[in-house]
Design a protein around this ligand. Structure first.
Ligand code: TXA
Ligand code: MG
Length: 329
C-alpha cells in the first residue's frame, strides 16, 4: 500500500487507482474509509474481501453533494431533506429507499441504501473529481478498531493487494463514525447508530426521534428489512484483541493479578499500569478524537486485560460510550 503524503499532491494517483478498480484509504472528518467505485459490483465485492466483512453488513455511499446522494434513492422524505440541508456536508448518514443504480451487494440485499456527504475538504475534492460515488466503510478489518490516522489504515490493511494507497491527511477531527438515521416510515426517523452528530442536536430539528439500542444478533431480518435496525449495531464490534471491561464512571478498579491497561476519562490512577487519558480537560470532542487511537495503543501492548470507564452520557459522550460498550465483553 502506498502512503500518499502530502495527500493533496496525490489526488491524481488516488483517482487513477479508483478508475482501475482498486481501493484506497480515504480520510473523512469521522474516521478513515476504505473507498472504491460504488457503482461497480466487482469493486464493491473487493471492499468486503479486503475488510473480511460479512456481506450481511451494508456499506455507506459517499457523494460530493446532496443532489448526487439523493439521486441514488427513490424517495426522500421531507425530514430527510431537512436533515441533509442542515447537516450535509457532515457526519450524518441517511438510510433511504434505494434506486436500481446501486448494486445490491452494497446494501446487502436490503431495499435501502446508506448515503452521506462528507465534510472533509480532501474527501470532498476527491469526490468532486471522481467519475462515480464511493462506497466506503471504515478502513479496518471487520469488527476491529476504526482507523483515525493513515498509519492505522496501514496497520489494518497494509498487506492487502486490493488497496492501492492511503491519502494521509493527518488525524480525523471527530474520531467516531457518522450518526446513521433511517426512515422505516417517511415521518418516523430513527437513529440506527450513534455517532459524531449528537442525538440531542438532531432532536432540536426532528420530533419523536427514536434511538436504536445495540442488540445481540441479527436474528430479526424482518426488522432490518423494514429499516428499524441496522446490521452494524451488533453488540460486539470495534473490539480490541485484548479482553476489555467497561466500568461505570464512578466505579473503582476491581482487584486483579492480570497485567492490565486503563482507558481513563480525565485523570490517571495512581498505580503502575499503562494508562491512556481521553481528555484531561474533560472535553468530549477531544475524547472522541482520541478514543480509537488510545484503544489501539493499549491493545498493541499485548496486556491480559483492559479496563475502560464510561464518559458522561450526553452529546458525543453517548457515541463514545456506545463504542466502549461494544468494544467490551
Ligand atoms: O463515519 C462513517 O460513517 C465512516 C466514514 C468512512 O464515512 N463509515 C463507516 O462505515 O462507519 P461502516 O461501513 O463502518 O458503517 C456503516 C454503518 C453500519 O453500521 C451499517 O450496518 C449501516 O451503516 N448501514 C449501511 N447501510 C445500511 C442500510 N441500508 N440499512 C441499515 N443500516 C445500514
Ligand atoms: Mg466500521
Amino acid at each position: 500500500m502506498q502512503h500518499w503524503q502530502p495527500a493533496g499532491d496525490h489526488l491524481p494517483d488516488a483517482i487513477a487507482a479508483l478508475r482501475a478498480g482498486k481501493l484506497i484509504g480515504l480520510p473523512t472528518e469521522t474516521v478513515y474509509g476504505l473507498a472504491g467505485n460504488a457503482l461497480d459490483p466487482t469493486v464493491v465485492a473487493r471492499i468486503f474481501e479486503a475488510k473480511q466483512r460479512p456481506t450481511f453488513d451494508p456499506l455507506i455511499i459517499h457523494c460530493a453533494d446532496t443532489e448526487s446522494a439523493f439521486a441514488l434513492c427513490t424517495q426522500v422524505p421531507a425530514t430527510a431533506r431537512r436533515l441533509a440541508d442542515l447537516f450535509w456536508p457532515g457526519p450524518l448518514t441517511l438510510v433511504l429507499p434505494k434506486s436500481d443504480k446501486v448494486p445490491d451487494l452494497i446494501s446487502s440485499g436490503l431495499r435501502t441504501v446508506a448515503i452521506r456527504v462528507p465534510a472533509h475538504p480532501l474527501a470532498h475534492e476527491l469526490l468532486s473529481k471522481s467519475p462515480f460515488p464511493l462506497a466506503a466503510p471504515s478502513a479496518n478489518r471487520f469488527g476491529g478498531i476504526s482507523p483515525t490516522t493513515a498509519s492505522h489504515v496501514i496497520s489494518e490493511l497494509g498487506d492487502s493487494k486490493l488497496v492501492a494507497g492511503v491519502l494521509d491527511a493527518g488525524p480525523c477531527t471527530w474520531g467516531v463514525e457518522s450518526t446513521v438515521v433511517g426512515f422505516p416510515e417517511a415521518d418516523r426517523p430513527i437513529v440506527l447508530r450513534l455517532g459524531s452528530l449528537p442525538v440531542e442536536t438532531l432532536s432540536e430539528y426532528v420530533d419523536n426521534l427514536e434511538v436504536l439500542r445495540a442488540y445481540h444478533a441479527i436474528e430479526d431480518v424482518e426488522r432490518t428489512q423494514k429499516g428499524e435496525q441496522s446490521p452494524g449495531m451488533l453488540e460486539r464490534h470495534y473490539a480490541p484483541g485484548t479482553r476489555m471491561t467497561l466500568l461505570d464512571a464512578e466505579a473503582e478498579l476491581p482487584p486483579t493479578n492480570d497485567r492490565i491497561g486503563l482507558l481513563r476519562w480525565t485523570d490517571r490512577l495512581d498505580i503502575d499500569a499503562p494508562q491512556q487519558v481521553l481528555s484531561e480537560e474533560g472535553d468530549v470532542s477531544e475524547a472522541a478524537a482520541n478514543l480509537f487511537a488510545h484503544l489501539r495503543a493499549l491493545d498493541e501492548r499485548g496486556l491480559d486485560h483492559l479496563y475502560a470507564w464510561k464518559v458522561p452520557d450526553e452529546g458525543l459522550g453517548k457515541a463514545i460510550n456506545d463504542r466502549l460498550f461494544r468494544a467490551a465483553e
